[in-house]
Design a protein around this ligand. Sequence first.
Ligand SMILES: NC(=O)C1=CN([C@@H]2O[C@H](COP(=O)(O)OP(=O)(O)OC[C@H]3O[C@@H](n4cnc5c(N)ncnc54)[C@H](O)[C@@H]3O)[C@@H](O)[C@H]2O)C=CC1
Length: 486
Amino acid sequence: MTHPAQPIASHFIGGEYVEDTNGTPIPVIYAATGEQIATVYAATPAIVEMALTTAQAAQAEWAAMTGTERGRVLRRAADLLRERNHDLSVLETYDTGKPLQETLVADATSGADALEYFGGLAGSLTGEHIQMGQDWVYTVREPLGLCVGIGAWNYPTQIACWKGAPALACGNTMVFKPSETTPLCALKVAEILHEAGLPAGAYNVVQGMGEVGGALVTDPRVEKVSLTGSVPTGKKVYAAAAAGMKHVTMELGGKSPLIIFDDADVENAVGGAINGNFYSSGQVCSNGTRVFVQKGIKEKFLTRLAERVRQGAVLGDPMDEATNFGPMVTENQMQIVQGYIEKGKDEGARLICGGNRADMPGWFLEPTVFADVTDEMTIAREEIFGPVMSVLDFDTEEEVIARANDTEFGLSAGVFTKDFTRAHRVIGKLEAGSCFINSYNDAPVEAPFGGVKASGVGRENSKEAIKHFSQVKSVYVRMGDVEAAF
Ligand SMILES: NC(=O)C1=CN([C@@H]2O[C@H](COP(=O)(O)OP(=O)(O)OC[C@H]3O[C@@H](n4cnc5c(N)ncnc54)[C@H](O)[C@@H]3O)[C@@H](O)[C@H]2O)C=CC1
């Protein structure tokens, strides 16, 4: 019997499902059991061509609609996502293995927020009037044209919407390629957008690995590439896009600092560290995986952290809403993280809790905390993308700022302290794009999201995203005669 997660077909192009079984089969494995639940096929060159031609052809009609009309479609899609939240959350759980307790509130709901927010903005995308004496300049905010979105595997529904919603609001069309690890959810986003009234072909989904991504990025018809992925992939995609002088948004990896001062509220700081390390089993780009704790509060912090992790983490069937900690997305990802845990032990970090694969089917790892981590250790330098928290000690504010910034990454940063003057002073000196004071990992659509340094270029969400999916035309209007030298 076909599993309920099996999509109707692999791709969604021109407003309908499209199949081509000549492509490389991509098995979809449910991370909680290891069972194959679906198969999709990587896009063949013919499918890639069909998607790009269709999206390009659809763009003029979509851009010709008023912003209010485009916004209405996006807001209708947001309503449909919300109405179907439960089924979409179950699919997200099948796609990623994340517990339903999380997917019910963080995935289709966040996607719906993006569609609603950018749907609301679409009607207000205006230019400026600049008076130049009797002459004047006006500006027009125009779409870029055909955009490509490429997703990572941790938030398949959210990423499909975070890229699609601002792109469509501005009058662009999109070809979206989900991660080959989680190919299911983006198809539903495309289906719902078209059900909501999107013209056929304005948002298309094709499956495939890096090769398909590469074919999309290098196509001369594509004006913009928005990637969520790792830094090494980002460097390749950015370079390929640069060769064609394309616009880019790069949402890449991180190794973000979370700084806890002696005067912090311990329970809140522990809560922040848990949210910033163990949500989605640690598979979150913005996670604060280097937790710097000032020496005076260190033992108290570690004691409460270990207690709350041991007592609170519920590993189990992700479809059971009591489960709050799911498996790694793939066996391979689990093995990568296990490798880092071994390195942490070998390099002398002190294991406070976790450290093992859980004794159950699927790719479950225990939430793991290392203390006495030093700056040179591999677990303090590399992005692990799993449930491994490194706790480092510090003495002074000046010292911790320098150490926090000593990394190629710059995605996020957090500070816990009751001294707000210090909180703002420290945040002001941290090299990161998305920061938190007495909190961690909040990502509302109203706030810009993205990184500095190797963590990325451009911003998603908020009004900032509009700038990255549109361009400004400037028109000088002369009201008098033209003076010329001859
Ligand atoms: N800053 C952000 O917003 C976020 C960043 N991430 C980052 O994503 C990474 C984990 O996701 P993965 O899927 O493992 O990343 P990945 O870099 O392996 O793959 C990302 C996507 O790029 C595609 N791709 C690979 N090579 C390509 C090429 N040469 N040309 C075009 N496309 C190519 C893949 O098929 C996939 O769809 C982590 O580093 C994480 O930090 C994840 C979520 C959010």
